[in-house]
Design a protein around this ligand. Structure first.
Ligand SMILES: NC(=O)c1ccc[n+]([C@@H]2O[C@H](COP(=O)([O-])OP(=O)(O)OC[C@H]3O[C@@H](n4cnc5c(N)ncnc54)[C@H](OP(=O)(O)O)[C@@H]3O)[C@@H](O)[C@H]2O)c1
Length: 265
């Protein structure tokens, strides 16, 4: 079995490593982070091996870069010589928002097999949405091994790299928008008299159930919304209040703002 290495195990790197650890044996997962203690504690938690950046770059077949876009260049320049000296094949997996594969190649002065991914944090419980875009250097068997290791992250979908920034703005950033919605709905439920824990359970389960309905019934959200708005009923009044506040426009603006920002990272 190939080794899977993670450089940077913050929010996203750790979510992916956790899911990969359910498919790949512990001794084949290497974790490294700027904070050695963070890598060691997380390695203990998921039963993987703590390492440093150079060891990951030397030994892993799949090297996940889980650092912020602002520091990816300094990490790549630190690893550049190690990559150049390797005689075994390896695949770089980058998740940095807004950083194109061509920028990674430029920083490394060479074309390597690279898979650009755009994951999201629900991957840590197997409910993520992971878009991936391999460059032409990635072999079919490498793509298949990568997909097998990632299979418990959630849904995996290959996407043309030019659409990754759009995906970033929807599924990459989306958990934050949904969390805001769940929080607001819970606050309102508390204002209406429900205990906080009940309010949160109702709000989160409603979001989860409604999303599942869209996926399973394959109906448009508009159709599903119409079906629950009875004439002269309560729900249509709630919908009216959301429309008056510009809810749909606000959500569209959020996605477009994130999309535009992804070109400026
Ligand atoms: N968070 C998301 O929902 C999400 C979604 C999609 C894509 N992404 C992408 O995932 C990447 C990571 O984001 P994140 O939210 O997980 O950030 P994060 O929580 O800050 O994690 C980044 C980790 O990398 C570590 N690090 C920094 N410099 C390093 C170095 N030179 N060597 C090794 N480790 C280093 C950081 O350590 P310190 O904290 O000690 O600096 C931190 O633990 C980003 O490129 C982001 O665009 C994130």
């Amino acid at each position: 079995m190939s080794k899977f290495g993670f450089i940077g195990v913050g929010n996203m790197g750790s979510a992916l490593a956790k899911a990969v650890s359910k498919k790949v044996s512990a001794e084949n997962i290497l974790l490294s982070d700027y904070s050695k203690e963070k890598a060691e504690n997380f390695a203990k938690e998921i039963g993987a091996v703590a390492a440093d950046n150079q060891t990951v770059a030397k030994e892993a077949r799949y090297i996940f870069l889980g650092v912020k876009p602002q520091v990816i260049n300094s990490v790549l320049s630190e690893l550049c010589d190690t990559f150049a000296k390797r005689d075994s094949r390896f695949v770089i997996v980058t998740m940095a928002a807004g950083v194109e594969i061509s920028k990674i190649e430029e920083a490394l002065n060479k074309t390597y097999p690279i898979i650009r991914i755009m994951p999201n944090t629900p991957a840590c419980i197997g409910e993520g949405m992971i878009l991936y875009s391999p460059n032409s250097e990635v072999l079919e068997n490498e793509k298949n091994e990568f997909l097998k290791a990632m299979s418990l992250c959630g849904k995996l979908l290959q996407l043309d790299e030019k659409l990754i920034n759009a995906a970033t703005a929807v599924s990459g950033c989306g958990p934050a928008y949904v969390d805001l919605f769940i929080e607001a709905m819970s606050d309102a439920a508390v204002a209406c008299g429900l205990p906080r824990n009940v309010a949160l359970e109702l709000s989160a389960q409603t979001v989860k159930g409604s999303a599942a309905l869209v996926q399973e019934l394959k109906k448009s959200p508009a159709e599903l919304k119409d079906a629950v708005c009875s004439p002269a009923g309560t729900t249509i009044q709630g919908v009216r209040a959301l429309e008056e506040a510009g809810f749909r426009g606000a959500v569209m603006n959020a996605v477009i703002a994130a999309y535009e920002k992804s070109f400026k990272l």
